[in-house]
Design a protein around this ligand. Structure first.
Ligand code: BYC
Ligand code: FE
Ligand code: FE
Length: 475
């Protein structure tokens, strides 16, 4: 069952044609999805021929092929990773029992909520990115944007399949609602805060795909440990697509930094205003964007102390990052974890029950992974012989979720007054002026091989094609 059937209206490897009721329900949802894609998907791009990869197999070897397609004709489908024989529930109270192929009644509400939350982020990101095609820095980048967009669309399909197949009428209603909420909408916003922010320019886009898609990596990894086997298999396949999204972010920022450093060296300038005058993005602005996207993204892990997180874990629904590779009892009942909290005007460590801290555990894993890539960006600056270094802000900085939300904390982790916060805000987070400056650089460059002035070319093309390949053709 690793090959995918493309002869059906909805490509799948789940034998959809054998479940006529489900097939009908999904075929009924499909035109609504396509309507949403036309209304809320990439602006003005429906007729372009885009060099996209399409999944054709769920085994790691040769799982995708590439070719020019118009995005509305992309074959969004339902692909589950191969079933592992004799898979067990690997953590929590039911540890050791056979993994569930149906939803355990007592966990139905929690499971639905998690699937809906996961599903909601996918179309949200497409909505956030819908105007970026109009200001792409190159034909190559434009293609990468659209590749990410169609795959996030497929991730929505992945969650909608689970809702339709396993949650009956309320699942179908949730699937409809996923097309009705919209990013940033006053009345019907997306569920999680970061997905209601704007992604107004390409610096924001690369930061988003570096940090926020990485939340996807960690959440999907935790869900791929689920005792509910269909969720596990769905998420495992989604993760194979996710790697490219983070690559676009990491390499995108590296190219921006590379170009800025090149100009700084060439003209022997360091002053941000002088750097800006050359039409490239100064490093302090990149730092402020980093601060914003990092802090908004770590909010996505939820509160540091969460009884929801404990319940999701104990009931075997959501594990830790790489749960099955960890060497402990996978119950965590009497274990503890150190979290930070504010006591008498200072951040102090406190030992709390591990089960309630699992959001924090995942956040800390995410932070370690994020910091590694920031180190790679710094090597680009170092190679250019410049002293500037990017840093990830303290995890308590600019938080809106969890125990730090009530305090003002500087990027280096000091509790500060409201006045100090206000006085420094424009040094720490992108100001209106920063955003206007970055926006002023965003002109559309689409001739194959050409790059906008503010970004270096990528080292290699996509799927071994040259950098000046016509990744997107315009009609
Ligand atoms: N914004 O007990 P807590 C991706 C709410 S990204 C707004 O800590 P919990 C992608 C929370 O709902 C991966 N509200 O919550 C990336 C709760 O509300 P109630 C997305 C928030 O449930 C890029 C209350 O605060 N996947 O795939 O333990 C492009 C107390 O919080 C937020 C998932 O997130 C927030 N940031 O943790 C495309 C996986 N945080 O009950 C795609 C599924 C918390 O008091 N979701 N709240 O009304 C989950 O596992 C959990 O829902 C969360 C939240 C980890 C998100
Ligand atoms: Fe996704
Ligand atoms: Fe993604």
């Amino acid at each position: 069952m690793s090959a995918i059937d493309y002869s059906e209206r909805i490509p799948n490897n789940v034998n959809l044609s054998e479940d006529r009721a489900l097939q009908r329900a999904l075929e009924h949802w499909q035109p609504n999805y396509l309507q949403w894609w036309r209304d809320m998907g990439p602006d003005g791009a429906m007729n372009h021929d885009v060099y996209l990869r399409t999944a054709i197999n769920v085994t790691p070897e040769g799982w995708a092929n590439f070719g020019h397609v118009k995005m509305p004709d992309y074959r969004w489908g339902i692909f589950l990773a191969q079933q592992e024989p004799d898979r067990k529930v690997n953590f929590g109270e039911s540890r050791g029992t056979v993994a569930w192929q149906e939803v355990p009644g007592e966990h139905r509400a929690n499971l639905r909520r998690m699937i809906v939350t996961q599903g909601d982020t996918e179309p949200a990101s497409v909505e956030q990115q819908r105007h970026l095609g109009l200001t792409a820095p190159s034909n190559y980048d434009l293609r990468n944007l659209f590749q990410i967009n169609v795959e996030e669309g497929r991730h929505l399909w992945a969650m909608v399949y689970l809702l339709h197949k396993y949650f009956g009428r309320d699942g179908r209603e949730e699937a409809e609602a996923l097309l009705q909420r919209n990013s940033g909408d006053q009345d019907k916003p997306r569920i999680l805060e970061a997905f209601n922010e704007e992604t107004p320019d390409w610096l924001a886009f690369y930061m988003f795909t570096y940090f926020t898609d990485r939340d996807g990596k960690f959440q999907l990894n935790a869900l791929s440990e689920s005792g509910f086997d269909p969720l596990s298999r769905t998420c495992r396949f989604m993760l194979t697509e996710e790697a490219h999204h983070m690559f676009v972010g990491e390499s995108g920022i590296a190219r921006v930094i590379n170009r800025t450093c090149q100009i700084m060296k060439e003209f022997g300038i360091e002053d941000p205003e002088q750097v800006r005058a050359k039409g490239v993005i100064d490093l302090p602005t990149i730092q402020r964007y980093l601060n914003f996207h990092f802090s908004v993204t770590i909010d996505l892990f939820g509160a540091d102390q969460s009884s929801n997180a404990a319940a999701f874990y104990s009931s075997g629904l959501k594990g830790r990052y790489e749960e099955t590779r960890r060497d402990d009892d996978h119950m965590l009942k009497n274990q503890h974890y150190r979290i930070l909290e504010v006591v008498n005007g200072a951040l102090v460590e406190k030992e709390v029950p591990m089960l309630n801290s699992l959001n924090e555990v995942l956040r800390d894993d995410f932070i370690r992974d994020s910091v590694a890539g920031v180190g790679r960006w710094n090597r680009v600056i170092e190679k250019a012989g410049l002293a500037f270094r990017l840093v990830t802000p303290h995890k308590a900085f600019n938080r809106h979720i969890g125990s730090f939300a009530d305090f003002r904390i500087s990027p280096d982790g000091n509790l500060i007054s409201e006045a100090e916060w206000e006085a420094n805000l424009r040094n720490w987070l992108p100001s209106e002026t920063d955003r206007l400056f970055v926006a002023s650089l965003m002109g559309r460059v689409i001739e194959p091989g050409k790059m906008a002035n503010w970004i270096a070319p990528p080292p290699v093309g996509i799927n071994r094609q040259p950098i000046d390949f016509e990744y997107v053709r315009f009609n």
